[in-house]
Design a protein around this ligand. Sequence first.
Ligand SMILES: O=c1nc2n(C[C@H](O)[C@H](O)[C@H](O)CO)c3cc(O)ccc3cc-2c(=O)[nH]1
Ligand SMILES: C[C@H]1O[C@@H](n2cnc3c(N)ncnc32)[C@H](O)[C@@H]1O
Ligand code: SF4
Length: 382
Amino acid sequence: MVSVREAVAFGEAGESLRRELARQASAIRSAHWGDTVTYSRKVFAPLTTMCRDTCGYCTFVKHPDDTGAYIMTPDQVLATARKGEETGCKELLFSLGEKPEQRYEKAAEALAKLGYTSMIDYLAAMCALVLEETSLLPHVNAGTLTDHEIETLKPVSASMGMMLETVSNRLMQPGMPHHQCPDKTPKARLRTLKTAGRNKVPFTTGLLIGIGETWAERVEALAAINEAHQRYGHIQEVIIQNFRAKPGIAMADHPEPTLDDMLLTLATARLMLDPSISLQAPPNLSARHAVYLDAGINDWGGISPVTRDFINPERPWPQLDGLAKACADKGLTLQERLTVYPAYLQADGFVASPIAARAQAMTRQDGLAASQALEQVLEGAA
Ligand SMILES: O=c1nc2n(C[C@H](O)[C@H](O)[C@H](O)CO)c3cc(O)ccc3cc-2c(=O)[nH]1
Ligand SMILES: C[C@H]1O[C@@H](n2cnc3c(N)ncnc32)[C@H](O)[C@@H]1O
Ligand code: SF4
């Protein structure tokens, strides 16, 4: 694995070094992930658009007084889940604003009408509903979480995630994207990464690139993720997500990261991270996503046949046959996976047993990649 010092120097890499790094990253992908590239067939449930943060890149968040501010009702959650079941989805991805009830009276009132005082408690109830009433596996993307919140969510979810986004404290300053966002302080994000590890939650995290961070800060963020994984063994996947500028956000005129920047970041991530960590990039945020395969990715993340990407709603999902062809053109095979990676289904203390049993049954029925013990994966990586 490449050190922080070496990786920081990659920021200055010219064209030939960039090509060499991508080649090495692809070799790691082949050695550890073979020739399969995966995706998770999912439906998206944007449980609430209200949030106590106001990130400069986010179009998802709505002020409680705006149109488009809502909390999904249990019936709406179930209707979404049913659509997913009908189209062969296995994951239901809950994505939501963070603790809106702690900032807005209106959000607290809307939550009270549903019978709850905390959004996380409501989220846990909706996960339980999905488990009871449908065949899907819930994945939770709810931002920062405390020990108590993770304890509430763990028995009712297959996996959880939170984008670290960045470790840059500069981005908290006035005029920067995380100004006055209490849940985006690097301290709170890093704490959540560790809390998830201590609680043995199969965890997804990652970087949002091109929001004003320096190359060195990006490398530091990757190092922090890898350190957490070395300590707790819980990071199942890392997403490198490229910022997209769009009308209506504070960062509407901020330049987007270039494709070369994305490729160098992906290769660096592959070279820095434990090889057992899946490397994911979203296919819908670049028309040129096929070349990500040359920079070492082995996963496309969640793709939905029914719901749009609510966080980037103007960016439709690519067709699965197109993605399969992009993989095949490079000698790779596109394969469906579950939201929780196989190794975590066998590892002690990770996935609640009824949920692990459901996931294992799905694996057998659908011929998904079989389970490999976490110890084995981590040993292989060492
Ligand atoms: O459709 C999306 N899925 C997102 N996902 C879901 C992802 O694509 C997969 O469905 C899951 O990670 C399961 O592997 C996230 C999951 C996380 O845990 C954390 C962040 C994200 C971010 C996105 C996103 O922006 N859009
Ligand atoms: C769910 C994840 O979506 C990402 N996210 C939020 N807004 C944008 C945008 N404009 N472009 C790309 N990704 C975005 C953040 O990283 C968040 O954590
Ligand atoms: S990105 Fe997440 S935390 Fe930030 S404003 Fe949007 S919903 Fe809230």
